[in-house]
Design a protein around this ligand. Sequence first.
Ligand code: GDP
Length: 299
Amino acid sequence: GRLKAGLLKTRRGITEKIDGVLKSYRKIDEELFEDLEEVLIMADIGVDTSLKIIENVKDKVRERKITEVDDIKGLIKEEMKSILKGGENSKLDFSKSPSIVLVVGVNGAGKTTTIGKLSSRLKNEGKKVLIAAGDTFRAAAIEQLQEWSNRSGVDIIAHSEGADPAAVIFDGIQSAKAKGIDVLICDTAGRLHNKVNLMNELNKIFRIVEREFPEAKKEVLLVVDATTGQNAVQQAKVFKEACDITGIVLTKLDGTAKGGVVLAVQSEINVPVKLVGVGEKLEDLQDFDPDEFVDAIFE
Ligand code: GDP
């Protein structure tokens, strides 16, 4: 399906290279593992995570007394799935009403698009959705969300450019309560030029949510751009320090061979990847499923 199509470049970067290495060995030895490790690192899986995968594969080769080079691929798949399943409770769940989703991330990562796609999807599922355009630093972000709102018929709360983001979220909450909204989705500003600033801005918003909407189930989604590879991991670290993120959205997987970064994020940040973006269409924002993902890059 769309996931498989979107992961074409990543599949080439990982599976075809793994196949290439495996074909050039007739028996399992240390050099083979070193070559495989290099393939994984080059695929943006991250050095630590790549080492971990190979160490575990080696252990299994020993334990299971595996001698066939061809069996290694299955073991790598197994390890990847197990890393990706590390995060418990990783599915987005909007069964509780009201819910609030705070969407954080740097500009250009795909926040606006993700909010648009997610709000349309929830509306199609029959939920009452409201968007709060909390990224008031960019007029374009507000306009883009207004477009999504027009297109999909989802209500939106927006102030003008330069307004206080916390005031927009405050209004969003009051409106959500008055209208009996099921899911309030909030955009936030994505200027990462100054970590202290970012923390202060986000904390102000978080305090308002705690105070004004304690009954809502809270989800904090960090949106990162997969095409930035290891930078995405770095960003996730910074945001994790700034606020309690509950899930990660990795966008633009269709445009990159760096899809392995999903594994680096999951194992180094220890926050579950919940959604992946594999294109610009509505249906290209997909729930992340570890088995499906690994199968898609290996088949
Ligand atoms: P924001 O600044 O974080 O709000 O980012 P936007 O939502 O405006 O997205 C930045 C650009 O990335 C836009 O051109 C989007 O169409 C594009 N984009 C977002 N998600 C995806 C994705 O999953 N795949 C592709 N190919 N493009 C995406």
